[in-house]
Write a protein that binds this ligand. Structure first.
Ligand code: SF4
Length: 620
């Protein structure tokens, strides 16, 4: 590796592939896969390979803008801080909100979360990752007590059967799909795709089950009933699980005709799943983005818990994330109903611990407004100052026209982004120019809990600043200098890691306290590392030992039953997300597919982000 080559992470999707970046000297970058990164071992898909095409200054926002006029940073930041302060003084802390993004680095996320919950005292901070991942978060918490991904990417190499549910992995997480195909070639791994559509992922599959939209709960309830009927419930693991009897009773009441599948297809799937010990069930937006998303997640988890096929090599349920740092956002408290490090906002002890750690002047006592509710509140005038960071809700939220109108009617809107040319930025009173992916430094977490460094490979152009620095500067102007006196991302990361050690004291899973003492040099050189990272533990699987994060330490199987998809008028969903089926079930393309294997604006036209964060605007 030449001295000029910089190790970083692909900012497109949640696979989190390592990249080697070499500046070409004319503002561009040569991009190669990092052979030493555990997520991709040198592989890149067409999106990662084309990262160099996302660079350039066309349409970049290079200076702050106030009411459409170029402004100094001082003037813009004073206006933001003063308006937020005045709004809070007149209407209370819950009259302001932040809507952030899975494009943020973890350090940016941490500072944004501390700003909202620790300084302002509102939980009105939510992330566009909610649209992709909230069902999984809720499903994990119901079953495990925490939002924990049990397995690792190595499980894909070791599985004998991989089931893709609501996931077009071949397009949306191509390097993972290649990894499974490699396992197929070397050990005969079988692939089953469960999706109403025939997708590219079906090309390598033994079986494609074209289920009726929204019938996943039924399909997996049928599997659970089959597991019970065949006597495959793991008696040893059962001591670590509660709720099995009720879940199985609910499963046995299932009407399999709802799936629309033939008896032969159902039998083939159930034979494969029941007959294969090493099975990984991957699920993605087709499961998450549904009116019954959480039940779908738990229907899948139930089958793995019943058989004890979880947290062991080649076995487990596996949620794969869309955005590059969706996982980081979940860990750092980017959701309106969470505190940092998987602590719960509704738990008084957790709140007190975080407030004490931060020495913060305020702390919300209840969850804030989640994404849809937040924009409803904006439209109703209850949110009077709104800060939107690296996301384009005027396009990407469901019912986008209504969201656009709400933002347009808000008293004060701030947008931080790499470009002022998004539909949302055009509605802002203040635009703040933020660093793009190749210019910023921090960490991201991928789908298998691996924390990787994203390193700046290019100088920030013009007056752009990193997001953490912008937010910290506003916080200082609002009067909490000591809480936001960060010298850089390494110091933010250390604080975050130290807080995770406190969270672990409450029995939380997320613990990276082993990284709390990193020096600047060590942080700079940090190699990819999977959490937990403690003095005793590093990066393994969860739950194979039967220990869960519930009060009694046992997993919970949840009785679930079929609910028909909630129909949403096509005009509401379609305008925002390109749905064709008129429902919010997976099974319409409303399911966020991640950025497809197209390098540049070919798919989503002008809404595609350009110079900076390269994930498509719809995905954001
Ligand atoms: S887009 Fe995803 S799969 Fe492709 S190189 Fe980037 S991180 Fe890897």
């Amino acid at each position: 590796m030449s001295a000029q080559t910089i190790r970083s992470t692909c900012p497109y999707c949640g696979v989190g592939c390592g990249v080697l970046l070499r500046p070409t000297g004319d503002g561009g970058l040569e991009v190669k896969g990092d052979p030493d990164h555990p997520a991709n071992r040198g592989r890149l898909c067409s999106k990662g390979s084309a990262l160099g095409e996302t660079l350039g200054l066309d349409d970049r926002l290079l200076t702050p803008q106030v009411h459409g006029e170029t402004a100094t940073w001082d003037a813009a930041l004073d206006l933001v801080a003063g308006t937020f302060q005045r709004t809070i003084a007149e209407h209370g802390p819950d009259s302001v909100a932040l809507y952030v993004s899975g494009q943020l680095l973890t350090e940016d996320y941490y500072v944004a979360n501390k700003f909202a919950k620790g300084l302002i005292g509102t939980a009105n901070i939510d992330t566009n990752s909610r649209l992709c991942m909230a069902s999984t978060v809720a499903g994990h918490k119901r079953a495990f007590g925490t939002d924990t991904v049990p397995g690792t990417y190595e499980d894909l190499d070791e599985a004998d059967l991989v089931v893709l549910v609501g996931s077009n992995l071949a397009w949306c997480h191509p390097v993972l799909y290649q990894r499974i195909l490699a396992a197929r070639a070397s050990r005969g791994t079988k692939i089953v795709v469960i999706d109403p559509r025939r997708t590219a992922s079906c090309d390598g599959a033994e079986l494609h089950l074209a289920v009726a939209p929204g019938s996943d709960v039924t399909l997996f309830n049928g599997l659970l009933a089959e597991i019970a009927q065949r006597g495959l419930v793991d008696a040893d693991f059962a001591q670590h699980v509660t709720g099995a009897e009720a879940a199985i009773v609910a499963a046995q009441a299932t009407d399999l005709s709802v799936t629309g599948l033939s008896d032969g297809d159902l039998a083939a799937f159930y034979d494969l799943w029941c007959g294969t010990e090493k099975v990984v069930t991957i699920f993605s937006q087709g499961v998450n983005q549904s009116s019954a998303g959480t039940d779908k997640v738990n229907a899948i988890l139930n089958c793995h818990l019943a058989t004890g096929r979880i947290g062991k090599p080649g076995q487990g349920p596996f949620s794969v994330t869309g955005q590059p740092n969706a996982m980081g956002g979940r860990e750092v408290g980017g959701l309106a109903n969470m505190l940092a490090c998987h602590l719960d906002i509704e738990n008084a002890d957790h709140r007190a611990a975080v407030q004490g750690f931060w020495s913060s002047p305020a702390m919300p006592e209840a969850p804030g407004l989640k994404a849809v509710d937040m924009f409803n509140a904006v439209g109703e005038g209850r949110i009077k100052a709104l800060w939107i960071i690296h996301t384009n809700p005027a396009v990407s939220m469901p019912d986008a026209d209504r969201v656009r109108a709400a933002i347009a009617g808000c008293d004060f809107v701030v947008v931080s982004d790499v470009t002022g040319q998004t539909d949302t930025a055009r509605l802002a009173h203040v635009m703040l120019p933020a660093a793009a992916w190749a210019e910023k430094s921090g960490t991201v977490t991928n789908s298998d809990r691996t924390i990787s460094r994203q390193r700046a490979a290019l100088p920030a152009p013009g007056g752009v600043r990193p997001d953490w620095a912008i937010i910290a500067e506003v916080a200082r102007r609002m009067g909490w200098a000591e809480g936001f006196d960060f010298s850089g991302p390494a110091e933010i990361f250390r604080e975050y890691a130290a807080l995770s050690g406190i969270a672990a004291g409450f029995g939380r899973d997320f613990d990276i306290s082993g990284l709390a003492g990193l020096s600047e040099t060590e942080y700079d050189a940090l190699a990819p590392v999977r959490w937990p990272v403690t003095a005793q533990d590093a990066g393994g699987r969860f739950f194979g030992d039967g220990r869960f994060f519930t009060p009694d330490g046992r997993a919970r199987m949840i009785p679930v039953s079929h609910r028909a998809p909630v129909s949403v008028p096509k005009t509401k969903v379609g305008s925002a997300l390109g749905a064709s089926a008129g429902t919010l079930s997976r099974d319409s393309p409303a399911g966020c597919r991640g950025a497809g294997p197209w390098p540049r604006r070919a798919r989503h036209g002008r809404d595609r982000s350009r110079a900076g964060d390269p994930a498509c605007a719809r995905h954001r």
